[in-house]
Each structure stands twice: as C-alpha cells, then as structure tokens.
Design a protein around this ligand. Sequence first.
Ligand SMILES: Nc1nc2c(ncn2[C@@H]2O[C@H](COP(=O)(O)OP(=O)(O)O)[C@@H](O)[C@H]2O)c(=O)[nH]1
Ligand SMILES: [Mg+2]
Length: 200
Amino acid sequence: MNPLYHRATFLLSAPNLKTTPEDVEYEVAFAGRSNAGKSSAINTLTNQRSLARTSKTPGRTQQMVYFQLDEQRCLVDLPGYGYAKVPRDIQIKWQKELERYLEKRKALNGLVLLVDIRRNLAEYDMQMIDYAAHLNLDVYVALTKSDKLNRNAAKNALFAAQKLLKESTAKVQVELFSSLKKQGIEEIHCWLDAHLMTEK
Ligand SMILES: Nc1nc2c(ncn2[C@@H]2O[C@H](COP(=O)(O)OP(=O)(O)O)[C@@H](O)[C@H]2O)c(=O)[nH]1
Ligand SMILES: [Mg+2]
C-alpha cells in the first residue's frame, strides 16, 4: 500500500467551489447518503482513528472536507445527502454547489460512492452515478458495512448492484467494504492509486 494514505492530514473545509484549495492536482471525492459510512471509510483507508469525524448524528456539515496526502493529492469528504433534518432550502443550495463542484473542479479525478449494503442503490445514488458518467468521471461504489450481512447475503447484494450498474454508461467498479472488518481495503486503495497517483 502506498504510504501516503497513512500520512493524510486535514487541510481545510470548503463551503463552495471558490474556497477549494488551489494547487491540488488530483483529488477523489467521497459521496453518499448520510450515515453510509463515509467518514469511517476515510479513517480506515488512512489508517487513522479520527481523521474524519464519524458520527451517530449525521448530516451536520455542509462543507467539502479536504484531507491532504501530499501537496498535489487530496481525498475530499462531501456532505452526506438525504438527511431529513437538514432544511429543504439548504439541501437544494448544497445540491447546486455540489453539481458546480463536480462539473468544474479540475483536480477531481474520480468519485467514491458509499452505499450501505443493507439499502439498495437509491435514486439519489443512481443520479450521482449518471451525473458522473455524464462528466466522464470514474466511479467506485463501495457497499459499506458488509459485516452486517453474512457472506452469502453480502455476495448477493454485490451481484445485484453489479447487475444494476451493468446498464450504466459510467465507468464503475463495485466492491464490498467494511471498516469494521477491514474488508475491501486493498481494492479501493488500488483504485485510488490509479486515480491519484498516475497521469490523467
Ligand atoms: N458495522 C459497521 N458499522 C459501520 C461501518 N462503517 C461505519 N459504521 C457505522 O455507521 C455509522 C455512520 O458512520 P459514518 O462514517 O459517520 O457515516 P457518514 O455519515 O457517511 O460519514 C457510525 O455509527 C459508524 O460506526 C462498518 O464498516 N461496519
Ligand atoms: Mg461523515
């Protein structure tokens, strides 16, 4: 594994595209519903206990949180969507901001979408994947909390998601992931390497 992941540090929180850091050349953004396990995944992938805060009361931050691997490379924790307690007008405003970021951010070179394995890919997840396809952005779908299902059920969920995404025009890879059981770490590191460490 590339040692850079373990050296990740918090860089800044950006409420909009304008305030994203300038000199970054490659970044991968982490998206998903509130509570899908985004922050846990970032902590697991960087082998740090509390780099990204994990929470049982999700959805509070509406900022893009930048974690730096080195001066050119970042992981970005996007605000979770679908959290009912966030007022509608703020959700809509954020959605516009997110679209602007996905469309305009030059450094952005891939999207990791986290989906709780016990939920199917929801409408908003599919919209994210379609939008990424439209922008020619590679997607990695991590079916998180795979430890919550037994091995067979987890496999079936993986097959179902892969089948569903076969029809998508997106360049998308789907894998199981568990922060708790450390499953799927190598696969996602490998995908991240390809999207952060190589030439575009
Ligand atoms: N069993 C299990 N629980 C997890 C896993 N990843 C996250 N969680 C739990 O799911 C909840 C939400 O996780 P968090 O990372 O804060 O989700 P976020 O809102 O997407 O950033 C927390 O209570 C975590 O402890 C996992 O791999 N397995
Ligand atoms: Mg989080």
